[in-house]
Design a binder for this molecule. Sequence first.
Ligand code: HEM
Ligand code: HEM
Length: 124
Amino acid sequence: MSIRFLRSAAVYAVLGLGLGIYMAASQQFSLRPVHAHALLGGWLSMAVMGLIYKAFPAMNDRFLAPAHFWLHSLGLPVMLAGVAAIHSGRADSGEPLAGIGSILFGLGVIAFAVNLWRNAAARP
Ligand code: HEM
Ligand code: HEM
């Protein structure tokens, strides 16, 4: 699980930084929230979570760990697409995507939190 999170985090680092460079170069800042959440929710959160799964092998729970990974990996891109649409003047289609994506992302974080509380201190 750890390596899956770290690999995804690296992809978000490249995309988020690319978007930051594009915004700076074009002086077009409307996608700032997409840049911020791709880097914070993608790169930084997923990197820290990946290292936590590595540090606490007992968290490789058969249900909670993959549930977390897939909810995060589905929810975040949907949320980012929605936020991008909202900030490109297409709020009608963007808002439901941002809403659904962030709820999935949030459910993933709950799975992670439950897993951490229940299993982190157990023997693997
Ligand atoms: C090549 C590297 C980067 C470039 C060129 C870049 C560029 C930018 C630009 C142009 C803005 C908009 C500023 C504005 O609207 O006035 C911005 C905002 C932001 N960036 Fe980056 N960025 C980079 C790396 C990062 C990294 C590594 C992170 C976090 C891990 C990050 C997090 C943020 C956040 C949170 C904001 C929003 C700040 C606010 O609301 O005031 N950026 N960035
Ligand atoms: C379900 C997940 C999340 C939702 C729904 C959410 C929602 C929001 C909203 C509505 C804003 C204001 C955007 C604006 O002013 O245009 C915001 C800004 C921000 N959020 Fe989040 N957020 C989420 C997750 C996170 C996470 C995980 C982090 C950090 C690890 C984070 C860090 C920030 C920062 C630094 C800003 C200010 C950046 C900016 O002004 O562009 N958020 N968020």
